[in-house]
Design a protein around this ligand. Sequence first.
Ligand code: ADP
Ligand code: MG
Length: 261
Amino acid sequence: MTIAAPDRTIAASAVDLTKVYGKDDAEVRALAGVTIDLYAGEFTAVMGPSGSGKSTLMHCMAALDTPTSGTVSVGDTQLAHLKDKALTELRRDQVGFVFQAYNLVPTLTAEENILLPLSIAGRTPDAGWFDTVIDAVGLRDRLRHHPNEMSGGQQQRVACARALVSRPSIVFADEPTGNLDSTSSAEILGFLRRSVTEFGQTVVMVTHDPAAASYTDRVVFLADGLVVDELRNPTADSVLERMAALQVRTVLPTSTGKDAG
Ligand code: ADP
Ligand code: MG
């Protein structure tokens, strides 16, 4: 079997990204200088302890939040160079986002939720692509249902379809399976995997779960607002092993690491 050379086109990147919340005594450095390339046509996982900056990184890279310093690019476009209107268009056309809590509009049907970003922009979806996405997430018979008539897994599939319907350059998913049972999680992960392998999409997903990370091509580990490690072609076991090693490094700082206390 021959494995195709990986596509090294960069879908999005961050250079020396910092994000500081609050002031003085209340100051929190959520990102302490993250430099990362996210490659087109890859499924990347972002892992790390609670509070390590995963959500902040996703929000800054998806243009939902502004960094304190450093640069973010989506495709060839540096976000800091964009005026409001161009930034709104980039968020709408180039970026998809899936939240842990689904974030659907309760008064709209599944179909209306999926099409909402396009409707707001006064655009209609590509019919072929809409059908492909709906069938891939298995929502054909749920399109007229409202969120309160659907299970959590079905609602998250609606949210995934909404993120993909504009064929964005990159989809960010922040713990998309965090609220789901294992069967629904497997459906979402299977769909995200398929959207990369079959449809050529680019997906970045935050997860705490080594089994979820094993669906991806690459795992990036964060700690204290920094990228501290990465792993290619992960398995649940290799992810667990790496997490354990990183924990040891935190508990037992070496002489080259930072001082304890
Ligand atoms: P993770 O997603 O890895 O759990 P976050 O990016 O949510 O981490 O948070 C990183 C750090 O920044 C945490 O210490 C968190 O408390 C802090 N933080 C996140 N958002 C805010 C905010 N809006 N205001 C103040 N502090 C925040
Ligand atoms: Mg988070």
